[in-house]
Design a protein around this ligand. Structure first.
Ligand SMILES: NC(=O)c1ccc[n+]([C@@H]2O[C@H](COP(=O)([O-])OP(=O)(O)OC[C@H]3O[C@@H](n4cnc5c(N)ncnc54)[C@H](OP(=O)(O)O)[C@@H]3O)[C@@H](O)[C@H]2O)c1
Length: 256
C-alpha cells in the first residue's frame, strides 16, 4: 500500500491503537499528524515515530484546542487525505451511582468531540479522501456499568453512516473499525488504574473465540484497509477475535 504524498491525521495517536496506526501509516509512506492530551506521552511517541510525524497537543473536548489544531494542520499540511477519529476514553457509569459530570465527560469525549473535530478539519479534507471512525463492540454487548461508553460507541456507528451519506458527493469515504477488547493502556487508566492488562486478558479471553485480547496492530491493519479501500463507504470492519460474530466458539463454551 503506497501512502506516499498522503497526509493523515490520527487523533489520540500517542497511545494504543492510534499509535500503532501511526507506525503503520508512516511505514507505508504517509505524512502523519498525531494528537494527544499528554505532552510527555506525545513527546515519547514522536521520538519513537521519528521523521515524518507531526505531534500536536490538543484536548479535543475544548473548542479552542480543536480550532488551533485545525489551523495548525492547515499551515503544516495544507490538505488532509485521511483522518482516523480514534481518541476516546473508557469509564464506568453504573445505574444508580453515576454523576452527570462522569456521564457527560464520556459523551463529550467519545462522541461530541469526534463530531466537532471532524467538522473543524473537514475544510482541509481532499475530495476522494477517507475518514475512519473508531467504534467498539461495546455498542451491542449490554455490558453492565457501561451505559455512557456503550452509548457513545453505538452513536459512532450511527454517526459514521450519516457522514458517509453527507460526504458521498465529495467522494469522501467514511467507515468504522469496531475493535473488541484490545491490549492498550485504556484498560489500566482512569477508574481502571490499578488493573493490569494480563489480569484483564485472563478475565476476558475465555469469552473470546480466538482466546486472547486483540493487538493494537491488528486494528491498525483494518484502519489502513478502510483508509485505502476504494468503493467501500458506510461500512464496518470488526476486529474482535470472533467475540460478536461467533460468540459460542469461545473457550468457555467448549467441551472439556
Ligand atoms: N482498547 C480496547 O479494548 C478498545 C476496544 C474498542 C474500542 N477502543 C477505542 O479505541 C480508541 C483508542 O483507545 P486505546 O484503546 O488505544 O486507548 P488509549 O491507549 O488509552 O488511547 C486513547 C487515546 O485517546 C486520547 N484522548 C483521550 N481523551 C482525549 C481528549 N479529550 N482529547 C484528545 N485526546 C484524547 C489519549 O490521549 P492522552 O493519552 O494524551 O490522554 C490517547 O491518545 C478509543 O476510542 C477506544 O474507545 C478501544
Amino acid at each position: 500500500m503506497n501512502l506516499q504524498g498522503k497526509n493523515v491525521l490520527i487523533t489520540g495517536g500517542n497511545s494504543g491503537i492510534g499509535l500503532a496506526t501511526a507506525r503503520l501509516m508512516l511505514a507505508h509512506g504517509a505524512r502523519v499528524a498525531i494528537t494527544g492530551r499528554d505532552p510527555s506521552k506525545l513527546e515519547v511517541a514522536a521520538a519513537e515515530l521519528g521523521n515524518g510525524v507531526l505531534a500536536l497537543q490538543a484536548d479535543l473536548t475544548l473548542a479552542g484546542d480543536v480550532q488551533a489544531l485545525s489551523e495548525r494542520l492547515g499551515s503544516e499540511f495544507g490538505q488532509l487525505d485521511v483522518v482516523f477519529a480514534n481518541a476516546g476514553i473508557g469509564g464506568s457509569t453504573p445505574l444508580g451511582s453515576t454523576t452527570l459530570e462522569a456521564f457527560e465527560l464520556i459523551l463529550r469525549t467519545n462522541l461530541t468531540s469526534v463530531f466537532f473535530t471532524l467538522q473543524a478539519v473537514l475544510p482541509l479534507m481532499a475530495d476522494g479522501g477517507a475518514i475512519v471512525f473508531n467504534g467498539s463492540v461495546m455498542r451491542e454487548l449490554g455490558s453492565p456499568g457501561s451505559s455512557a461508553y456503550s452509548a457513545t460507541k453505538a452513536g459512532i456507528s450511527g454517526m459514521a453512516k450519516v457522514f458517509a451519506a453527507e460526504l458521498a458527493p465529495r467522494g469522501i469515504r467514511v467507515n468504522t473499525v469496531i475493535p473488541g477488547a484490545t491490549r492498550t493502556p485504556i484498560w489500566t487508566r482512569g477508574d481502571r488504574s490499578g488493573s493490569t492488562l494480563d489480569g484483564t486478558e485472563a478475565f476476558l479471553a475465555p469469552h473470546i473465540p480466538l482466546g486472547r485480547l486483540a493487538e493494537p496492530e491488528e486494528t491498525a491493519n483494518a484502519v489502513l484497509f478502510l483508509a485505502t479501500a476504494a468503493g467501500i463507504t458506510g461500512a464496518e470492519v470488526v476486529v474482535d477475535g470472533g467475540a460478536t460474530g461467533a460468540p459460542y466458539g469461545a473457550p468457555i463454551f467448549r467441551q472439556p
